[in-house]
Design a protein around this ligand. Structure first.
Ligand code: PMP
Length: 358
């Protein structure tokens, strides 16, 4: 039995990919061993690794002057590596803080360089995104950092900051379900454990000309070191790379980002529709225009009803619906591998629960 998994990450992955991985788990490509037992310098792994890099490049429609890196340390390490590699002496970085993740990114950047808040939505309770006019860009700003989708607050940046300053983006929770206008970015990164694979891997796209010389950085923290070795400078997260490669293959075969985006819109509109049509029993706390397509946050009239709703959901095999521990309420994460049938099952549960409570 497979549950309907609305977890915020790690989360549901494509069943066909899990089955394929199970079938070849003990004996990978006729090698007589599992991929997890294999040297990362073997030909068999080299093929997996290179194919995953190529696949990521193709699915992201990445221009040639960008590099793809497969790094450990999740998105969190990128909170530090981005300023370490991009901020030269005398330069600063502006951070658009629209939620918990943007706030963490700024806190890390401040420890390694000069970083400032270009906008902070704390006073709105992180329920909205800034209009481009509200974003402050100081003189000498090397890049503006944005979190295009705030996973906890459930909001997404619909309007990017004004052109002029290169963007650095954490796209973890909407990775490759949203088209990327590469002319605006120097760096895009994200943990893959939502749309693209298991945890333990960050997929990083960086414009080669944007990177400093990195002379003072320890190897692992230096983008150049990873670029020179095609992300094989040390032992990579092999199993993660392998699974991500399979998932990207599937994404490419099914039509790429465009398909993922329209599927995400269909899932989100089904669920927001149910919230909006519930006569206020279910409510979305965020500004309508910036509702996330992938993390749908909603409330019920009381915390008691929320607990009962979640308990009953579990009984119906609808799992992972608890809001983040810092904000409570409910949150359904609708990532790329979630079938629309799972959303339909949730909507059905919502209607039945409301009826029972009324
Ligand atoms: N950024 C965003 C937007 C996230 O949602 C998360 C994790 N939920 C992170 C960063 C941190 O990612 P990791 O756990 O891979 O370091």
């Amino acid at each position: 039995m497979r549950v309907h998994n609305f977890g915020a990450g790690p989360c549901t992955l494509p069943l066909a990919v899990l089955e394929e991985a199970r079938a070849e788990f003990l004996d990978f490509a006729g090698s007589g061993m599992s991929l997890t037992e294999m040297s990362h310098r073997s030909d068999a792994y080299a093929e997996v690794h290179t194919a995953a890099l190529d696949r990521a490049r193709r699915v992201a429609l990445l221009p040639d002057d960008f590099e793809v890196l497969l790094l450990q340390g999740g998105a969190t390490l990128q909170f530090a590596m981005a300023p370490m590699n991009l901020l030269g002496p005398g330069a600063s970085a502006g951070y658009v803080v629209a939620g918990a993740w943007g706030s963490k990114a700024l806190a890390s950047a401040r420890k390694v360089g000069v970083a400032y808040s270009a906008w902070d939505g704390a006073e709105s309770g992180y329920r909205r995104m800034p209009s481009p006019d509200e974003i402050r860009v100081d003189e000498g700003t090397r890049y503006l950092h944005v979190t295009t989708n705030e996973t906890i607050g459930g909001i997404r940046m619909v309007m990017l900051p004004k052109p002029g300053t290169p963007l650095v983006a954490d796209m973890s929770s909407e990775y490759l379900v949203r088209p990327i206008d590469w002319s605006r970015y120097d760096l895009v990164y994200g943990g893959v454990q939502k749309n693209l694979g298991p945890s333990g891997l960050a997929l990083v796209f960086v414009r080669r000309s944007a990177i400093g010389d990195g002379t003072n950085l320890p190897d692992y923290l230096d983008y150049r070191w990873h670029m020179a070795s095609e992300s094989l400078g040390n032992t990579p997260a092999m199993f993660q790379v392998y699974l991500m490669g399979k998932i990207l293959t599937r994404i490419e075969e099914r039509g790429g980002i465009e398909t993922l985006e329209s599927e995400a819109e269909a899932r989100a509109s089904l669920l927001y529709g149910a919230i909006d049509e519930s006569g206020g029993f279910y409510s979305s706390p965020v500004e309508t225009a910036v509702r996330s397509l992938t993390n749908v946050v909603f409330r019920l009239p009381t915390p008691q009803l929320e607990s009962a709703f979640l308990a009953e959901a579990e009984r119906r095999h609808l799992v992972g619906l608890q809001g983040h521990r810092s904000v409570g309420g409910c949150r359904a994460s609708l990532y790329a591998a979630l079938d629309i049938e799972s959303v339909a099952a949730l909507v059905e549960h919502m209607a039945a629960f409301q009826m029972g409570a009324g």
